[in-house]
Design a protein around this ligand. Sequence first.
Ligand code: MG
Length: 281
Amino acid sequence: MPELNEWETAVMFWAGSDPVATIRELKEMGVRAGQLGIPGDFDLSDATAWKSALSDEAFTVYTVFAAYEGESYADIPTVAATVGFVPFATREIRELRTLEVIRFAHELGVSSIATHIGCVPESRQDIEYKAIVEMVRRVCHYASQFRQTVALETGQEPAVALKFFLEDVDCSNLGINFDPANMILYGTGDPIEALSILGPLVLSVHCKDGDWPSKAHPGALGEERALGEGAVGIARYLAKLRETGYRGPLAIEREGQAPARRVSDIRKGIALLSEIQLSMV
Ligand code: MG
């Protein structure tokens, strides 16, 4: 897989059934790198097709993202009940699945995995909090045997809570996949202020946009927007990323849209990132 430039424009995308077609669609948008999301029901038993597609198409995957069967992002209570490592009923099966994703990423030659761990309990004394700390520690230990980092996605808790959580796990290969829009969509805090707290822990980033949740509908998520059309302020986001010293890829993420709209929004996002970067030189 080709080496990436500083702030290489990339895309967060999901593994489809045809790896070559999926990668070619991304290359047609003008990117040569991305974060590969693995749906919960994706068959991980054979990485050969993805490995050859990445090599033949000279496309770099630098993070493999794990999602799990049964997750729903309908609203905040549903996220709390279904997403990540937190729901007790699926905890064991999702831990095993995460180890599979680590092995799959290793077969592809990717040195970082990432996931949403869900809405971690607020109290650091909570027995469930401690159980999730232990779970993340086991996942990190397993990933370290493959020389991989593990990135937790931001959004479902305030920056300070996430920082404490990482301190409690205390693994050197654990960090953050920073998503500024999630902070806004979940109403967990201003993403730029969050970067002041989490900056040194950031391993990778999403470039996503969105609006704050409506106060009229408690529990509702804010609305995701095309890059540049939401409340993040992409120019100030990039300026802050530069200030923190982040030089890794910038992965545009666009969810919840029909495929044609998604592609056109990502294309606009790519143009916007390049325009902002030119203005920063
Ligand atoms: Mg994200």
